[in-house]
Design a protein around this ligand. Structure first.
Ligand SMILES: [Cu+2]
Length: 164
């Protein structure tokens, strides 16, 4: 019984190590990986920005995103969008759960990362670093690409409210 558990654990550890070696960036402990991090360009007078990304949990342990920070903004918050009385509102969330094996998507109209007090406008083509703090994975460094949203990512009819 006991040896069965040890074998299973070592298989899991070997598996996760193999993956973290293939990551390229090799940051963090390799539980959760950041994919497709991007931000919209910000107009010159707008001091806020928004970041979208995907969190892939390759482990069998639950993880949770607790917070983010970046040198390009004074403050960053985890937000979610909600429909309230037919209007899209957003509010801060304390954390974002990343269950074992899950791919959690932060995308327009849903969960997102809000940047406050940008030091400079975000320009298309620019890249900037983003630090993510998770309970299991610890600190992960990601790179965010500034770009326009792809046409297929959103339905053409807007009715979009707010600064996103
Ligand atoms: Cu927001």
């Amino acid at each position: 019984m006991k040896s069965g558990i040890v074998v299973a654990l070592s298989i899991f550890l070997g598996w996760s190590t193999a993956f973290s070696h293939g990551d390229g960036d090799g940051h963090g402990m390799g539980f959760v990986r950041v994919e497709q991090a991007w931000a919209r360009p910000s107009p010159p007078m707008v001091k806020n920005g928004v970041v979208y990304l995907r969190l892939k949990n390759r482990s069998n342990k639950p993880d949770r995103l607790l917070g983010v920070s970046t040198p390009v903004a004074k403050r960053a918050e985890l937000h979610e969008h909600q429909m309230k009385g037919g209007m899209a509102m957003m509010r801060p969330v304390e954390g974002i759960d990343v269950p074992p094996g899950a791919l959690v998507s932060l995308h327009p109209g849903g969960l997102h990362i809000m940047l406050f007090d940008l030091h400079e406008p975000l320009k298309a083509g620019q890249h900037f670093p983003l630090s993510l703090e998770l309970t299991q994975s610890g600190r992960i460094e990601a790179e965010v690409e500034v770009r326009e949203m792809e046409a297929h990512a959103r339905k053409p009819k807007g009715g979009h409210h707010g600064m996103h």
